[in-house]
Design a protein around this ligand. Sequence first.
Ligand code: XMP
Length: 317
Amino acid sequence: DWTPAAFVQETVARIKEQVGNKRVVMALSGGVDSTVAAELIHKAIGQNLYCVFVDNGLLRKDEFETVLDSYKHMGLNVKGVNARQLFYNELQGVSDPEKKRKIIGRLFIEVFQHEAEQLTDIAFLGQGTIYPDVIESVSVNGPSVTIKSHHNVGGLPEKMNMSLVEPLRFLFKDEVRRVGREIGISELFLGRHPFPGPGLAIRILGDITPEKVTMLQEADAIYIEGLREAGLYDKVWQAGTILLPVQSVGVMGDERTYEFTVALRAVTSTDGMTADWAHLPYEFLAKMSNEIINRVKGINRVVYDISSKPPATIEWE
Ligand code: XMP
C-alpha cells in the first residue's frame, strides 16, 4: 500500500544514491509541485541543491517577495532573480496568446540557464514534473494538436544537457499534497490554487503593459483575499481575474468614466481537464464588484464568467 511516509523514505534514499556528492540546480515556481520536489531533494542532499526563483513580473501581487521569503525559511538555498523588465520589454505589443507563451517560455529558459551557468559543478536538473504533466505533454501537446502549449514541461532538459531528478514523476496531485504534508510543507503552498506558468500575461487579453499588470494584480488580490475571507477559497479548484481589452462608459460621482472591465473566474474541477463554473453566492459577487470598482483605478465594470470547460477553457487565452 502506498503511504506518504514510505514514499518519502524511499525517494530520499533514491535521490541520495542518484546524485551522490554532485550538485543539483532547480527552478522554483511557488507552486505545490516544484516546492515539494525541492524539499525532497533538499532532504536528500541539503545545500548541494541550488534553487532559482524568477520574478517574471507576471506573478500575483506581492507573490514573489512572500514566496521567496517562505523558501528561505524552509532552509532552501534559493536565489531570487528580478527579471521583470526583460519580460515586459520582450512582451511589448504582443497580443497573440501562443506568442506570449513562447516568449515567456524562452525568456524563462534563458534567465534560468544564465543563472545555472554561474554555478560550478552542476550535474543534475531538478524538476517538479508530476504524472499528469507526463501524460498531458503527450496527449494535449503532442505532434497532432496543440490547444495551449503549456511550457512547464520539456524545453529545459534538452537545452541544458543534464540528467534529471524528478521525484514526483509518478504521483498525482493529491499524492503530492499528502507527501508535502508529511514533510511539513506549509498549507500556504499545499492548498494553493493552480496558477499558469505564463501568469498574468494570459489573463491580460491583448497586449501587456506594466500598468495593466498592476491593475490586474490589485483586482486579483481583492478577489482572492475575498474568497479566503468568505471561506470559499478551498471550495473552488481555481480562481482569478481577467483584464478584458474593452473599455466602457461608467459614472463615478458626477464624472463620466471610460475604463476597463475585469472578469472574475472561479471553477470547480478535479483535474483541470474539465471544469464547471463555480456557483458563488450573489452577495459575495456583489461585494467583490463593489470593492474592485471602488479600489482599483482604471476599472469601472466587473463581470462573472459562467462558462464551463468544455467548450470554454479555464483561462481565457
Ligand atoms: P485551460 O485554460 O487549458 O487550463 O483550461 C487548464 C489548467 O492549465 C493551466 N494553464 C497553464 N499552465 N502554462 C501552465 O503552466 C500554461 O501555458 C497554461 N495555460 C493554462 C490553467 O491555469 C488551468 O489550471
